[in-house]
Design a binder for this molecule. Structure first.
Ligand code: GLC
Length: 415
């Protein structure tokens, strides 16, 4: 089942002023202050602060999570009061990037359908997350209005398209994974509302929840899914995204230890600990170029307490990493090809920019190279050069500020 949300976002105005963004999509969140300089100047200045969500809050209560976030927002605003003064009578306006499946009801309201990426806060499901954050902001004394609620894919698409109109697809590869694209409104049979002026709409695919009997699921995937917080959900995401690649590797190594005494007679105790092997560690091992695979040896020791591994064993570990990471990257590439095909961009000579963001894409070079080369292989020579990948750093935060600006209450001041 694919979740889609449709928004008429692309009426960017040449707004000037300061807007805020709150970007919550994983274990870290960011608050941003973005200064827009009006027509032709775009984003003239931005500042941000980042904080991580304490693990206990990922499965606590809705109030506890939103209070924590509102507190950080309060101290960000207090800090900046020294450098920036909000004009009297004008409320601060916020674009809220909330990167979980939401049933969007309007530009600034939406109910949480379910959590993904390791969050599990039952009393938030079914609630309007804008109402929740607004109540928390009030409790913490922050005077701020949520002007727009968006997803990270939509933010990246909007931020990318604002700087280059050839951006028509956005893909996030981070803790989770998802894609969004720009579609002609007339080509969307589900849309019964008024047609947007631009004639275009953004579609958030929630592709992480795609599943099909054609997906190459192994017993490791099935076991990981069954033991996860959201069994049966986000199956595509569990094959391709950063939250899960390291965990798949751990499961394979454990099996090797159990059935082939790969690490000696004893099974290393740490190998039994779910999610202990994170994707950044797996990536560091994958990129190890030292002749004796020193990084692999060091990581096995520091993370799993497995010492004295032979170079031969380390090579096997790297080969496994390569298999798991290229499977993920190639499946993600297949997803991207599907979107390009839907848009007819797989046969078009017109330039298409795919706006990319997320820690997995940014930091895991081998994964990124495999993803991009697979897309080009699948496209063949005909369109190879018209499709371009671009990394939009902070696209989702900036996109949220831009969309907040285009839905500002104070637009009438100027027009
Ligand atoms: C998960 C979320 C989705 C988000 C993606 C990338 O799949 O459900 O909304 O866009 O992660 O952060």
């Amino acid at each position: 089942m694919w979740m889609e949300s449709l928004q008429d976002l692309f009426f960017f105005i040449d707004e000037e002023g300061v807007f805020y963004a709150l970007d919550l999509g994983g274990t870290n969140f960011r608050v941003l202050r973005v200064e827009l300089g009006g027509k032709d100047r775009g984003v003239v200045h931005q500042e941000f602060a980042e904080a991580s969500i304490p693990p206990a809050l990922m499965s606590g209560s809705s109030d506890a999570l939103f209070d924590y976030i509102a507190e950080k927002l309060a101290s960000f605003v207090n800090d900046e009061e020294r450098i920036y003064e909000q004009p009297a009578g004008k409320e601060r306006e916020l674009g809220f990037t909330f990167s979980f499946p939401v049933m969007q009801n309007s530009i600034n309201s939406g109910t949480l359908i379910r959590w993904t990426k390791g969050f599990s806060i039952d009393d938030a499901v079914g609630q309007d997350v804008v109402v929740e954050i607004t109540k928390a902001l009030k409790r913490k004394g922050v005077d701020m209005r949520v002007a727009a609620l968006i997803n990270d894919t939509i933010g990246t698409l909007a931020g990318g398209r604002h700087s280059d109109p050839d951006v028509s697809v956005a893909v996030i590869l981070g803790t989770g994974s998802n894609a969004a694209y720009v579609e002609r409104a007339q080509a969307i049979p589900k849309w019964h509302g008024p047609l947007p002026k631009s004639g275009e709409m953004a579609i958030n695919m929630e592709w992480g929840n795609f599943r099909s009997s054609h997906l190459p699921l192994t017993e490791y995937d099935s076991a990981m899914d069954a033991e996860s917080l959201n069994p049966g959900e986000q199956i595509f995401e569990k094959l391709i995204s950063g939250m899960y690649l390291g965990e798949i590797l751990r499961r394979v190594l454990l099996r090797l230890a159990e059935e082939a005494c790969f690490f000696g007679d004893e099974i290393p105790a740490k190998l039994r600990s779910p999610f202990i092997l994170r994707t950044p560690e797996m990536s560091a091992m994958h990129h190890d170029t030292s002749p004796d695979l020193k990084v692999v040896g060091d990581k096995l020791k520091s993370v799993l307490e497995i010492s004295h591994t032979s170079v031969k064993k380390r090579r096997v570990v790297v080969e496994l990493i390569n298999i798991i990471s290229s499977r993920g990257a190639r499946l993600a590439a297949a997803g991207i090809l599907g979107v390009l095909k839907k848009l007819g961009k797989d046969v078009s000579k017109e330039k298409t920019i795919i706006a990319m963001d997320g820690g997995l894409y940014e930091h895991y070079t081998e994964y990124r190279k495999c993803l991009e080369s697979t897309v080009f292989d699948l496209l063949g020579d005909a369109t190879g050069t018209s499709v371009v990948f671009e990394h939009y750093v902070d696209g989702s935060g900036i996109g949220a500020a831009l969309i907040a600006a285009s839905h500002s209450l104070y637009l009438d001041d100027k027009f």
